[in-house]
Design a protein around this ligand. Structure first.
Ligand SMILES: CCCCCCCCCCCCC/C=C/[C@@H](O)[C@H](CO)NC(=O)CCCCCCCCCCCCCCC
Ligand SMILES: Nc1ncnc2c1ncn2[C@@H]1O[C@H](COP(=O)(O)OP(=O)(O)OP(=O)(O)O)[C@@H](O)[C@H]1O
Ligand SMILES: [Ca+2]
Length: 466
């Protein structure tokens, strides 16, 4: 080198569509001492950035999505972690639930975060491991649906390598491994609501994205048999399920979320620094100060709805993904302590198609007479089939479950139950009880950043208000 004294600074460069890239600039200097002073000063500044992780535990699912998890991590992510002086313990899973089981055994306090390389299912595994471990260590019984759960302060980073990658897309704005790696490196933090799902005082699962019965449950059940097709399996099973047009009868009860300022019909979406989520965070802190971990009896009213539904969807976040960039509920919030309950009642195939198509354009998917949407903090569902069986048992005193309802009216309404799709996993029970836990965990993300169009629209709204 002609000028021997130099140092390179690597930095994040924001590109289009919420994509981040790593860029660098090299500074040259003839004076060696001055060059070293600069290096020292920059190192000291970096040391002050306490939110940045130094030690990460990484789980890779080699079979998720297009089976590219290992390659994506090794080629795109590991070199960035090494540039940022992050040390990693990497664990390649050999079976389903490997990562979850491992999280109950490792010395978790050694790490500043856990990274999962895979899809929504892999994230769900890691989340169950971390939340489960936290509750176990604190002596909380997960089977009690009313137990106040202990927050999980170890952040999770998602490197997208799955089929839908809805959690990554809805919290970052894009499914891109390099962008997600950079959000981890700069130490971003995004709190996330988590819902617990129980049946008869037995814990079933946690959910952060979609809990869906009917359409999305049936798609998942069919698509599991076609895993070999990769991400395409969802389009194939989606088309098949659309043609089968099954609806399901049951009773829904829910408690409206009165504590939050927003509504599912709002025009504004949850964005970085969202004031609605921040207000929920303050409420949560005040509640904790008041009652600690004690459970507060919830006397709020329950609403009950009976009917025949093509789809029952409970979403904790928008569920935006490449298939539907605005998601199932565009105005849902990541961390407001509520979920959006979307009920699609029995309608014609043509109307259901019109509803589906609106997930892909700018039109309002809730503006149909057969679609209702509510913002809720808890929710219950029992299928008609189970209600009939239970009343048979009490009326006649039979101890014989699982009998099919033979006197069901002849209509397109399916006599059998559907299954619940819980973040891409099926649940064994159709009768469930769901409760939203405000900001139970945190991700290495910052929510979707406002783009220029949104920012100028909001600015002009403020100007109008002034
Ligand atoms: C005409 C086009 C209509 C397109 C409508 C697209 C709506 C897409 C909405 C996607 C919502 C994803 C919610 C995320 C759920 C994740 O926790 C979960 C785990 O990864 N993924 C799935 O369950 C995977 C769910 C995958 C769902 C795929 C749905 C495909 C529907 C295709 C319907 C075709 C009808 C065509 C009629 C001519
Ligand atoms: N080594 C493994 N072998 C088989 N299954 C695994 C392994 N590691 C993890 N799994 C399971 O595979 C399931 C699916 O993985 P993942 O979510 O990564 O991909 P996907 O289903 O293609 O994507 P998406 O969930 O986004 O639709 C997860 O539920 C996880 O428990
Ligand atoms: Ca929410």
């Amino acid at each position: 080198m002609a000028k021997p004294h130099a140092f390179t600074v690597y930095y994040v460069k924001k590109a289009r569509n919420h994509r981040w890239r790593c860029s660098d600039v090299t500074f040259w200097c003839v004076d060696e001492q001055l060059c070293n002073q600069w290096i020292q000063a920059l190192k000291e500044l970096l040391e002050l950035q306490k939110a940045r992780p130094k030690q990460l535990l990484v789980y890779i699912n080699p079979y998720g999505g297009k089976r590219q998890g290992k390659r994506i991590y090794e080629q795109k992510v590991a070199p960035l972690f090494s540039l940022a002086s992050i040390s990693t313990d990497v664990f390649i899973t050999e079976r389903a639930n490997h990562a979850k089981d491992n999280l109950f055994e490792v010395n978790i306090n050694k790490y500043d975060g856990v990274v999962c390389v895979g899809g929504d299912g892999m994230f769900s595994e890691v989340m169950h491991g971390l939340i489960g471990r936290m509750q176990k260590d604190s002596g909380i019984d997960q089977n009690n649906p009313k137990a106040p759960l202990v927050q999980c302060n170890i952040r999770i980073g998602i490197i997208p390598a799955g089929s839908t990658d809805c959690i990554c897309y809805s919290t970052v704005g894009i499914s891109d491994p390099v962008t997600s790696a950079l959000h981890i490196i700069v130490g971003d933090s995004q709190p996330l609501d988590v819902s617990s799902v129980h049946h008869n005082n037995t814990f079933l699962k946690y959910t952060v994205s979609l809990l869906g019965y009917g359409f999305y449950g049936d798609i998942l059940k069919d698509s599991e048999k076609k895993r070999w097709m990769g991400p395409m399996r969802y389009d194939y099973s989606g088309f098949k399920t659309f043609l089968s047009h099954h609806c399901y009868e049951g009773t829904i009860s829910f408690q409206p979320a009165k504590h939050t300022l927003g509504s599912p019909r709002d025009k504004d979406s949850c964005r970085t620094g969202c004031h609605i989520c921040r207000q929920s965070e303050q409420q949560l802190a005040e509640q904790r100060k008041k009652c600690g971990l004690k459970h507060e009896e919830d006397e709020e009213e329950w609403k009950v709805i009976k009917g025949k539904f093509l789809a029952i969807n409970v979403v904790n976040m928008s569920c935006a993904c490449p298939r539907s960039p605005k998601g199932l509920s565009p105005a849902a919030h990541l961390a407001d302590g509520s979920a959006d309950l979307i009920l699609v009642r029995k309608c014609s195939r043509f109307d259901f198609l019109r509803y589906l198509v609106r997930h892909t354009n700018q039109d309002d998917q809730f503006d149909f007479s057969f679609v209702d949407v509510y913002r809720v903090k808890s929710f219950q569902f029992t299928s008609k089939l189970l209600e009939d069986n239970e009343s048979d048992v009490t009326d006649i005193g039979k101890k014989h479950f699982g009998r099919f309802c033979r006197d069901h009216p002849a209509c397109c309404c399916n006599i059998a139950n559907s299954t619940w799709n819980c973040d891409g996993e099926t649940l064994d029970s159709s009768a469930i009880e769901v409760r939203v836990h405000c900001q139970l965990m945190k991700l290495f993300a910052r929510g979707i950043e406002e783009n220029c169009k949104e920012a100028s629209r909001n600015q002009s709204r403020v100007e109008q208000l002034l």
